[in-house]
Ligand binder design. Structure first.
Ligand SMILES: [Zn+2]
Length: 205
């Protein structure tokens, strides 16, 4: 029997693939308190679970991992580099801090690469974007980059938040009525914060 894959236990609270991608790590300051990705196989499984890959696309990429292990390691390092850069960009934006030029540069490099793989096509009586190349690992990153630039240029951008939970660092779009959502998830960070406050109050008595 296969061991359960950790990323399968992840809650999707970000509201967009780029945010859920960032939320594959719990952060405690500069440290990771948990990382759900161990390797490229995890990234492929996750990408399929959030709808970035069809099962046929995921299977083809898994075969590539077996055939080209070195390329797969290179991809994994790049994926983690992108995840870090996106976290810093989202976190800084949510806190109204300025962005780091290096992070925007990384996003722009991947963006220009991504644009080389998009085609503008006519479908019935309208037009749409279509991916010209889906059979390589970088296809996952291009879609995440596209999702990130869509979020950052959309009118929902000012809804971007970072969870107030200690040791969390998850990011999400706040669609609550009065824009007051503080936690990635009320059951996790929200309850933990409530329990801590309760404990603090009891201690002071
Ligand atoms: Zn949280």
């Amino acid at each position: 029997m296969n061991e359960p894959q950790d990323w399968k236990q992840l809650k999707l609270v970000g509201g967009q693939p780029c945010l859920d991608f960032v939320n594959t790590v719990d952060r405690d300051g500069e440290r990771y308190s948990q990382d759900w990705f161990r390797d490229t196989i995890d990234v492929i499984g996750w990408a399929q679970s959030v709808g970035l890959l069809s099962s046929a696309q995921a299977e083809a990429l898994l075969r590539q991992v077996q055939q080209q292990p070195e390329q797969s390691v290179k991809f994994f390092n790049q994926a983690i580099q992108l995840r870090e850069a996106l976290y810093r960009i989202f976190s800084a934006f949510a806190a109204k801090r300025s962005q780091t030029a290096d992070d925007l540069q990384l996003l722009n490099t991947l963006l220009s690469e991504m644009q080389g793989h998009l085609r503008f096509v006519a479908v019935n009586s309208s037009f749409t974007w279509e991916w010209a190349e889906t059979n390589q690992l970088d296809f996952i990153l291009w879609q995440i980059v596209r999702s990130a630039t869509d979020v950052l240029t959309s009118s929902d951008c000012d809804r971007l938040r970072e969870c107030a939970g200690v040791g969390c660092g998850w990011v999400f779009l706040d669609f609550s009525r009065n824009r007051s959502r503080r936690w990635c998830d009320m059951e996790d960070c929200g309850n933990r914060a409530k329990a801590n406050r309760h404990y603090e109050r009891k201690r002071k008595k």
